[in-house]
Design a protein around this ligand. Structure first.
Ligand code: SAH
Length: 392
């Protein structure tokens, strides 16, 4: 079991008491995670510090510990006066996530963590180390309300939105494990963040946008990760894509298309009934024009469902000439799913036809499969009963 960097229960302080009927994983907007410095811009952290009767520059000191040294432990903050450490940490650095389970594969270079939040919700994050980069795949919601039938997270519905700090803490935890040299390959840094864990990031817009700021602002305001190395992935919530474009970030937008025609996409990505393919793609091209960033079109290849040659041609004709590339994901079958990944020949033909339209294509590797840490397999609710069983 790896060390548990940010992992003891926070001093759970829900804004309202949770009614008995809703005990367990919180539902609705009642439960509020305790305030954390990663929820606040630096100026507001200074106000909190001043309110405690401390000089405002202590906000920067605390922030450096969290965003630069990945610690929230008062005893490690030796530049702070001893008697100020505990009150400051209690006010601004509550533990938000408890590591409930840690699984690794790919010789230790893929690590999935199941986190428990202060109110018992479960979320997962995955760290993936490659020769040239380290990517953290983070959750933006506990569960997801989008109900895509091929996605494990979608099956259990939405529990609640995560707070900004709950999102950021997943990345900071990965950064700490890496900095401490606990991932094979020597000490390292998180270079990339993808919002491809549990949840629909654009359905938790304000918290996700603030998390992008915290991740990408320089230390001490934030973690100093490059905006170009952050990817926000969406089912295609058109008004929110337009809002994101107006933020003028240089983050990458990934659109989970999965079908080029409304008839099929209505079933694979139910929100398509509200914002159909043409509207989603129009929003994506507006995003590309506003930011200059190439949009990533995600397409899970599902055998005999969306992998036909004619669909490859239709997709190719929709994307030709646009600032886009296609990321094909061999479907990771989820428990009980009647669907499976495409045959190799169908996948090759799909790639060939897209390329014939001049559309750049990559096939995503399927890291973390053995630990259910691969795309679409993050389903913490499924792990709950398993956690109660004797370990294998
Ligand atoms: N809600 C966001 C983030 C979800 S996960 C979104 O939909 O984009 C990131 C990607 O994994 C999405 O493209 C999603 O469609 C895909 N995915 C989900 N389940 C999958 C599965 N079983 N196999 C392959 N990809 C899957």
């Amino acid at each position: 079991m790896a060390p548990d960097p940010l992992g003891q229960a926070g001093p759970g302080r829900p804004a309202d008491p949770v009614p008995l009927a809703l005990a367990g994983p919180a539902r609705g907007a009642r439960a509020r995670p305790p305030r954390h410095l990663a929820d606040l811009p630096l100026a507001q952290r200074r106000d909190v510090v001043a309110g405690l009767g401390q000089p405002p520059f202590r906000a920067s000191q605390l922030s450096r510990h969290f965003f630069g040294r990945y610690t929230d432990r008062p005893e490690e903050m030796t530049d702070l006066p001893r008697d100020a450490r505990d009150p400051l940490a209690q006010a601004l650095l509550p533990r938000l996530l408890t590591a409930e389970r840690e699984l690794s594969c790919d010789a230790g270079t893929t690590r999935k963590t199941l986190w428990r939040t202060f109110d018992g919700a479960l979320v997962e994050s995955v760290l993936m180390r490659y020769p040239d980069r380290v990517t953290m795949c983070v959750s933006s919601q506990a569960g997801c309300g989008m109900a895509c039938p091929f996605c494990a997270t979608g099956q259990a519905g939405l529990t609640r939105n995560l707070s900004t700090a709950e999102i950021v803490a997943q990345v900071v935890a990965g950064a700490r494990v890496l900095a401490d040299g606990h991932v094979p390959g020597g000490p390292g840094r998180v270079s990339n963040v993808v919002f491809m864990g549990m949840g629909e990031p654009l359905a938790n817009y304000a918290a996700v946008i603030a998390a992008v700021r915290r991740l990408t602002d320089p230390v001490p305001a934030g973690m100093g990760i490059s905006q170009r190395s952050v990817t926000v992935s969406t089912v295609g919530l058109v008004p929110a894509i337009a809002r994101l474009a107006a933020e003028r970030f240089s983050v990458t937008l990934a659109v989970s298309l999965h079908a080029p025609d409304d008839e099929l996409r209505d079933t694979l990505v139910p929100v398509n009934r509200r914002w159909p393919v043409a509207e989603v793609l129009a929003a994506a091209w507006d995003y590309a024009a506003a930011t200059g960033r190439r949009v990533s079109i995600e397409y899970a290849l599902i055998r005999d469902i969306n992998d036909q040659a004619w669909r490859a041609d239709l997709l190719g004709s929709l994307l030709a000439g646009q600032l886009a590339h296609v990321n094909l994901i061999p479907l990771n079958p989820t428990p009980g799913s009647k669907w499976t990944a495409s045959r190799p020949a169908a996948q090759r033909e799909f790639v060939r036809r897209l390329q014939a339209h001049g559309v750049p294509v990559t096939v995503r590797d399927t890291r973390g499969r053995e630990i259910d840490g691969a795309c679409g397999q993050l389903a913490a609710s499924v792990l709950v009963p398993a956690a109660a069983e004797p370990s294998p």
